[in-house]
Ligand binder design. Structure first.
Ligand code: NAD
Length: 272
């Protein structure tokens, strides 16, 4: 292994992975780690231009990859798109790891009174139905290829665990659904060897949230005061957790709400 950490240690050697929302923060960082650890990765995202840029970054940051990396446009709210992505992996030998990570938090998402119904539906179509479709087609692929060892990771959020006084009701409800759905899938498929875990990130330093906060210092402070560490999380810190959940090192980790939040959901008051 090289000292810059870019060489493969092979924790995912020979495994095939699909990552949705792979052009963005957590998805891209996870792609890079997966490639460094020997996996082949199909990066999918709704944005083709963003994917084109992201795959260049992934190739540059994982120069010693032993697997392959490809891209494919996919809107996770459309079942045909999700099926098409999973079908690509038939030629690779089927899916081993599915990271259902794509999600949105819309600028018009608000409280019970002000959230427009169309924003509720859009959010749930992507965040909830997208995870259902990804889980469904992963299971179909796993059975087709007679796999008995697989990991599906679904991105939820800490807002599925703790209430937020700064409302984004459609998003919060969608992430609660992801968590409950993941837990049930974990139990239903446990004896097939398919592990399902939900990833619960704290507010992060990625475009999804940072674009939304912009340079509104008051909005930022309203959040930062609740972080024991005093900072937002970084996408790479989530990617490291996904790598663990995806690997055989997590072979007995199933049905968890895997919280990566710097202690935020454990805090009563935070240091001044
Ligand atoms: P990001 O915006 O950087 O990445 C999300 C990616 O999903 C983008 O590349 C986007 O193009 C893609 N996407 C959006 N709609 C899609 C669709 N319909 N089909 C396919 N791809 C689509 O955000 P991120 O922070 O890396 O978010 C990844 C996941 O983490 C999301 O599910 C998000 O809800 C969750 N999350 C983020 C935070 C945070 O603070 N950023 C906190 C908790 C959970």
């Amino acid at each position: 292994m090289s000292t810059n950490g870019s060489a493969s240690r092979g924790r995912l050697a020979g495994k095939n992975a699909i990552i949705t929302g792979a052009a963005g923060g957590i998805g891209l960082e996870t792609t890079i780690l997966f490639l460094r650890e020997g996996a082949s990765v199909l990066m999918s995202d709704i944005s083709e231009p963003a994917l084109e840029k992201a795959v260049l970054i992934a190739r540059e940051k994982a120069p010693h990859m032993t697997g392959k990396v490809e891209t494919m446009k996919c809107d996770v709210s459309k079942e045909a798109d999700v099926k098409a992505v999973v079908d690509v992996l038939d030629a690779w030998g089927g899916v081993d790891i599915m990271f259902n990570n794509a999600g949105i938090m819309h600028g018009d998402d608000a409280d019970a009174i002000d959230t427009p119904e169309k924003i509720w539906d859009l959010t749930h179509n992507i965040n909830v139905k997208g995870v259902w479709f990804g889980s469904k087609h992963a299971v179909l692929s796993l059975r087709k290829h007679k796999k008995t060892n697989a990991s599906i990771i679904n991105t939820a959020s800490v807002v599925a665990l703790v209430g937020s006084a700064t409302p984004q009701l459609a998003y919060t409800a969608s992430k609660g659904a992801v968590m409950a759905m993941t837990r049930e899938l974990a139990i239903v498929h446990a004896r097939e060897g398919f592990r399902f875990n939900a990833l619960c990130p704290a507010p992060l330093n990625t475009p999804l949230l940072q674009d939304w906060l912009g340079d509104d210092q008051e909005k930022r402070h309203r959040r930062e005061i609740h972080f024991p560490t005093g900072r937002f999380g970084e996408a790479i810190e989530l990617a490291q957790a996904v790598l663990f959940l995806a690997s055989d090192e997590a072979s007995f980790v199933n049905g968890t709400d895997f919280v990566v939040d710097g202690g935020m959901t454990r805090a009563y008051v935070t240091p001044e």
